[in-house]
Design a protein around this ligand. Structure first.
Ligand SMILES: NC(=O)c1ccc[n+]([C@@H]2O[C@H](COP(=O)([O-])OP(=O)(O)OC[C@H]3O[C@@H](n4cnc5c(N)ncnc54)[C@H](OP(=O)(O)O)[C@@H]3O)[C@@H](O)[C@H]2O)c1
Length: 386
């Protein structure tokens, strides 16, 4: 089997894995292809948490044992411990497969490499690291969850080239074009939850659902950060509290919110998480801990400027999506997206690592893991209560 063939088949397995986009939490997406005499004769993917793993799905669809010389391609290292569905290494050995090609190694340090050892000890040829970066990138949320025990908190912003999110009069819809916006909906479909601040709810009244052509509207858990419950004061309540997905909304607030408004929200079926906080702002670290205890593996912070700036200043943004439109406002009074840090030296900048770039129509997307400098200087005046 040539290296080019291995790459092509792994690409195929990756496409299969993506069929379960957003459906496998807290498990990873995994795709698998079986090739006999150069022909794909079986394929499978992990469809949902608790369902068969990709390797078992592929092997069982064949309804016979693979022929001698067959190769199994799988995007993630086969599991070697019998969980709910039995070890995949057992299924591979029982089927008599003698060559296995793997994309990414199991990110769990307690398991990493064990699947390879089990297979190699049984005489199977194991090739690792084929399309490794792509296979690892597929499971950003899962990888973070198994290595830290908490959610991947990602921030998304859409800006002009000069880093602005709205003009001086607040005109902001839409800075990016259709393809970039469709991409955001794809990520919304992947993340188990989305979060926005009260300002965004009051200005934009967003639905915060994933609307993808050809698919039913999907609603992740929707968090609204509103320390004083000012989104509830109005007689015209925002969509996220009144639409058919209202029970998927959780308001993140403090004791300053007031019992009456909390009751009003609960009566609408909206969840309320109350944190004790003298400042009226919920520390993102405590929010993260609550998400971890509730089994929420990922949060996409979609805005606005204040919520994301604060999360960054608190070192609570793990991943960043920066959409960029080919526009320049060149206007000091135009609204910029991030503030609150005193970055005096380049060495104090927050950086992105493991970069991925894409072009979406006229717009660009740069995304990556957030790497904080040793010392972050926070300008607290920017965070005082308005
Ligand atoms: N271009 C983009 O990517 C993008 C994305 C989303 C939104 N936007 C724009 O951003 C604008 C809104 O931004 P914004 O900065 O005014 O609003 P925001 O960040 O959505 O909301 C700020 C408010 O949310 C509450 N809040 C934030 N963090 C909190 C915390 N940790 N705990 C409790 N409450 C918290 C606070 O309410 P209190 O002050 O009452 O405590 C705060 O004033 C809109 O114009 C929207 O269109 C742009």
């Amino acid at each position: 089997m040539s290296a080019a063939e291995d790459l092509a088949q792994m690409g195929h397995a990756l496409q299969l894995a993506k069929r379960a986009w957003g459906a496998t939490h807290p498990n990873p997406m995994v795709g698998c292809v079986l090739v006999e005499n150069g022909v794909v004769t079986a394929e499978g993917f992990h469809e949902r948490d608790g369902g068969p793993h990709a390797e078992r799905a592929a092997l069982s669809s064949l309804l016979r044992n693979p022929v001698a010389g067959a190769t199994l391609y799988v995007t993630l290292e086969p599991c070697s411990s019998a969980g709910r569905t039995g070890a995949c290494t057992d299924a591979i050995l029982a089927a008599g497969v003698r060559r296995v090609v793997v994309g990414a190694t199991d990110p769990n340090p307690a398991h990493a490499g064990r699947g390879y050892d089990v297979l190699r000890r049984a005489g199977v040829e194991v090739v690792t690291g084929v399309l490794e970066e792509e296979c690892r990138d597929l499971n950003l949320i899962f990888n973070h969850w198994v290595t830290t025990g908490g959610p991947l908190i990602a921030a998304k912003v859409a800006t002009t080239i000069d880093g602005r999110i709205a003009t001086r009069t607040g005109d902001s819809q839409w800075i990016t074009g259709e393809e970039a916006r469709a991409d955001v909906h794809r990520w919304r479909r992947l993340f188990p939850s989305i979060a926005v601040g009260a300002g965004t709810v009051m200005t934009d009244n967003p639905r915060l659902t994933a609307r993808i052509e050809g698919e039913p509207e999907w609603c992740p858990v929707r968090f609204v950060f509103d320390g004083r419950l000012r989104t509830v004061l109005d007689h015209r309540l925002p969509k996220v509290y009144t639409d058919p997905f209202a029970s998927r909304t959780i308001v993140v607030t403090t004791q300053h919110g007031g019992e009456g408004y909390m009751r009003k929200l609960r009566a609408l079926g909206v969840g309320v998480w109350v944190f004790e906080s003298p400042s009226g702002r919920v520390p993102l670290g405590r929010f993260r801990a609550r998400c971890a205890s509730e089994g929420i593996g990922g949060v996409l912070l979609e805005g606005g400027a204040q919520l994301i700036s604060r999360a960054l200043a608190e070192r609570q943004v793990d991943y960043f999506f920066g959409y960029q439109a080919p526009l320049l406002f060149a206007d000091d009074k135009a609204k910029s997206v991030l503030s609150g840090l005193r970055t005096e030296k380049l060495s104090q900048a927050v950086r992105l690592a493991d970069l991925r770039r894409s072009v979406l129509g006229d717009d660009g997307l740069v995304r990556g893991r957030v790497v904080y400098p040793e010392k972050l200087q926070v300008d607290e005046t920017l965070f005082s209560l308005g």
